[in-house]
Design a binder for this molecule. Structure first.
Ligand SMILES: Cc1cc2nc3c(=O)[nH]c(=O)nc-3n(C[C@H](O)[C@H](O)[C@H](O)COP(=O)(O)OP(=O)(O)OC[C@H]3O[C@@H](n4cnc5c(N)ncnc54)[C@H](O)[C@@H]3O)c2cc1C
Length: 173
């Protein structure tokens, strides 16, 4: 067994853990970061797929993310504007390539309605919880220990997608 002696042990080498460790080390504390995976970064992750460098997780920085901007400055990293001009491309689950304009994905009406309904729920829940004392919310413990998938599948307001209803549109129904 390996024994680690440090002032602080940080669990998780995602952005939060690495930031905490960075601040602790800067304050003169000795720190060890324990990470379950074989890489750092957590849900921020850059990978190369078919020769293309792709961001698999977090990549956007919005103007209100002032702490993130401070970190980018400290690391000497640059941002560039998101490309918003022109048409977009959507590749359907069956591999069809659809070029479209506007903000809505070119999916079927039912899928679009379900996406918008879920976005409404996902916007509403953090608004109820608030950023100041999220731990004080009555459902904090429950929501803090559930993955998004399990939450989505268990949400009583989320109807199960039908596996029996026929859907022949490549863009979804
Ligand atoms: C697809 C996707 C796109 C995103 N896009 C954006 C974006 O554009 N802009 C943005 O600001 N945010 C974005 N996010 C959110 C952003 O990635 C997260 O907010 C951020 O990664 C959270 O950092 P974290 O360190 O709190 O958690 P995580 O990144 O989840 O890191 C937690 C780490 O802890 C490790 N860990 C967990 N439990 C243990 C344990 N018991 N022992 C050891 N290690 C453990 C995990 O393996 C992981 O490495 C996106 C997320 C995803 C998935």
């Amino acid at each position: 067994m390996t024994t680690i002696n440090r002032d602080v042990i940080v669990v998780g080498a995602g952005p939060s853990g690495l930031t905490a460790a960075h601040h602790l080390a800067a304050a003169g504390r000795s720190v060890a970061v324990l990470e379950a995976r074989d890489r750092v970064g957590g849900r921020t992750w850059t990978d190369t797929i078919d020769g293309a460098v792709l961001e698999i997780g977090g990549q956007w920085v919005s103007p209100d993310q002032s702490g993130l901007y401070e970190m980018l400055d400290e690391l000497g990293l640059e941002t560039y504007p998101r490309h918003r001009e022109g048409s977009s491309v959507y590749v359907t689950p069956t591999g069809e390539r659809i070029v479209y304009d506007g903000d809505d994905f070119p999916v079927g009406e039912r899928t679009l309605a379900e996406m918008n309904r879920l976005i409404g729920i996902i916007d509403d829940l953090p608004a109820q919880i608030g950023a100041e004392e999220p731990w004080a919310h009555p459902r904090a413990a429950e929501l803090d220990t559930v993955s998004f998938r399990v939450w989505l599948e268990g949400s009583p307001t989320t109807p199960r997608p039908s596996t029996t209803s026929p859907c022949s549109s490549p863009a979804g129904c």
